[in-house]
Design a protein around this ligand. Sequence first.
Ligand code: ATP
Ligand code: MG
Length: 560
Amino acid sequence: MNEAEKSLNFIEHIIEDDLANGFTKDQLRFRFPPEPNGYLHMGHASSICLNFGLGNRYNAPVNLRFDDTNPAKEEQEYVDAIKKDVSWLGFQWDKECYASDYFQQLYDWALALIKEGKAYVDSQTAEAIATQKGTPTSVGTNSPFRDRSITENIRLFEEMKAGKHESGTHVLRAKIDMSAANMLMRDPIIYRILHKTHHRTQNDWCIYPMYDWTHGESDYLEQVSHSFCTLEFAMHRELYDWFLDQLIDPSLVRPKQREFARRNFSHTVVSKRKLMQLVEQGVVSGWDDPRMPTISGLRRRGYTPESIVAFANTIGIAKRENVVDVSLLDFTLREHLNRVAPRVMGVLNPLKLVITNYPEGQEELLVAENNQEDESAGTREVPFSRALFIEQEDFKEEGNRKFFRLKLGGEVRLKNGYIIKAESCTKDPNGNITEVQCTYDPLSKSGSGTEESLRKVKGTLHWVSQKHALTAKVRLYDRLFTDPTPDAHKDKDFMDFINPNSLEEITAYVEPSLASAKEGDRFQFQRMGYFVVDQDSSSDQLVFNKTTGLRDTWSKLDAS
Ligand code: ATP
Ligand code: MG
């Protein structure tokens, strides 16, 4: 095995084998096939990275195919959101396709099946059909309508299409084998009546093709070579192939369905149905709530597309299901943000600090580096004055040897500024500290080149000048679920594990340079974590979402 082969995953091996056995490179074509019945989530990101990643690797086209065969659940809003998310992740599709574009062709093929005696209209109730299905260990029973004449089947199917029958009164079934070992082969339903307006075809159709009848045929029409889906479709592969056998033109590419494991992530759920429940029951503010594992939620939370793609590529694809720890995503996120996010100062829980020997009314601008990881990011000026805010937790009257922040009689450096010493503090009647009084060393200013400016003290604190600071609304998030696998409990519903304290909104003070920050801008608030400007932000009121902490959020800050 050479180096290149070693890094191939099992999907790439399938493709390499096909290429070695007569498939040509220009025949390769992939697709990502979302159903527009909800927003895309992290699991979809895996599938997107798989399909578009193969497109990039083999320089092959990838279609974005909307699997829109269920007008009861699908909407244009979801189509638009899906397109936005795939683009945002950085992928470009070749053709934008819709299963609904093939409704006429699928209908014509279904008629052809009827004419060949391979499909029939069943007029039983759904319950009757279900009871005749049999079990994995016992064969099914033929429908009393199984031997309807071809003429009658054509007439009924045409009437179904023409809207002459109520929803649920008839279905079209493929005539395969009611005793097949694979229960999906027991005369599967391929059409049903549904008097619903479709978001694209409006009221043109009142019969809709089922997934199995639609998916492989859509792949074939688009000449997709490899159709990758999740494992629950493994049993459907036989049916996928049976349908193709009925209509395949041997001179064209025959699509191949292969399966990979669905991705599950710790501390969240990735099922559109469950995510919809969170939205509809108002547990979150919408599909793009920053606590949601949706692509739009992650975007609003401040995740970068680069980190999501890097994460998906790192976990790769698997043959078996398992739960991926979401902290791995946070790891790739921090790694990326550390390189690209400008540093600023923001105080989340303010405590007043007054520098008693700094002249009243005086102010100056201190020079601050925007990103020490990236010299090209340059510097900015931060206003300094006598009255500041620091973080409450950064001051204690007394602290042990390991408390490197500010304590009475102790010294710290103010980031980009001076060394200060805490002299005294004021308390309210409840004993809460309301103000710290300090003195500063005028010769110790960072970057001034004096001996004092180079003097090392153990702690460095971030701060903002009271007079110059802007107030900002900051939303802090905790996990949405209290359990690592909320939907894996037999006796409990995933909704039982909702964390009631997953959102906290506070008012913070931030440095004035943030006045020009725009929606989607990401920052590192030094020592506090990464934050992004939310869409609710306006020129009157800055709003930030906390993206993630500087370290693993679940480990302790530092010894104090
Ligand atoms: P959901 O359970 O969230 O409704 P779905 O499979 O019904 O998911 P689709 O819109 O049909 O959603 O999915 C589009 C593609 O994304 C499919 O190929 C599907 O297999 C894949 N996909 C969906 N969820 C995951 C997941 N958790 N991990 C990997 N791939 C996924
Ligand atoms: Mg689906």
